[in-house]
Design a protein around this ligand. Structure first.
Ligand code: FES
Ligand code: FES
Length: 170
């Protein structure tokens, strides 16, 4: 494997929210910083920068991942989704986003993008998830406003809505 020096840049190519990205990144640049500062997608938030708070959670190849624990160069060839991908269109909210709004699942909102990306992955993988699974899934996220009760209610409401919609479409 070739070794890169700290300031040496490498071209990274991956997909971001369905679109191809090709840009140069220093070998030491965090994926979170790369997405925010190089690409300009600032929906992904950065809190602790060492994998504890969950604010920077994105989806890499469909699974939740801490963007602050990945280097940009490690994104090579991956398929990445950030919170900007959740909305189905201009002025429209996904079922999960709408449920957060309805149930007041956020206060300052700083932790919210990461929580949404985690829950979106859970909904995709486990549409039958119940309260305990939702709570367990959220255990990797810190919300300093301690709005956990309404976040759990919002997630359960979104799961209900999505199941109902799926049944209606059968
Ligand atoms: S900023 Fe990545 S886990 Fe806190
Ligand atoms: S809404 Fe999570 S920290 Fe405020």
């Amino acid at each position: 494997m070739s070794r890169l020096k700290a300031h040496q840049k490498k071209t990274v190519t991956f997909r971001l929210n369905g679109l191809p990205v090709r840009a140069d990144a220093e070998s030491r640049t965090l994926l979170s910083d790369f997405i925010r500062h190089e690409i300009g997608m600032t929906g992904t938030h950065v809190g602790c920068e060492h994998g504890v708070c969950g604010a920077c959670t994105i989806q890499v190849d469909g699974a939740p991942a801490r963007a602050c624990l990945m280097l940009a160069v490690q994104a090579e060839g991956t398929d990445i989704r950030t919170v900007e991908a959740l909305s189905p269109g201009d002025d429209r909210l996904s079922a999960l986003q709408a449920a957060f709004k309805r149930h007041h699942g956020l206060q300052c909102g700083f932790c919210t993008p990461g929580i949404l990306m985690s829950l979106d992955a859970l909904i995709g993988a486990r549409p039958d998830a119940g309260r305990e699974e939702v709570r367990d899934h959220l255990s990797g996220h810190l919300c300093r406003c301690t709005g956990y009760a309404t976040i759990v209610e919002a997630a359960l409401s979104a799961l209900d809505d999505i199941r109902r919609e799926d049944n209606d479409n059968v």
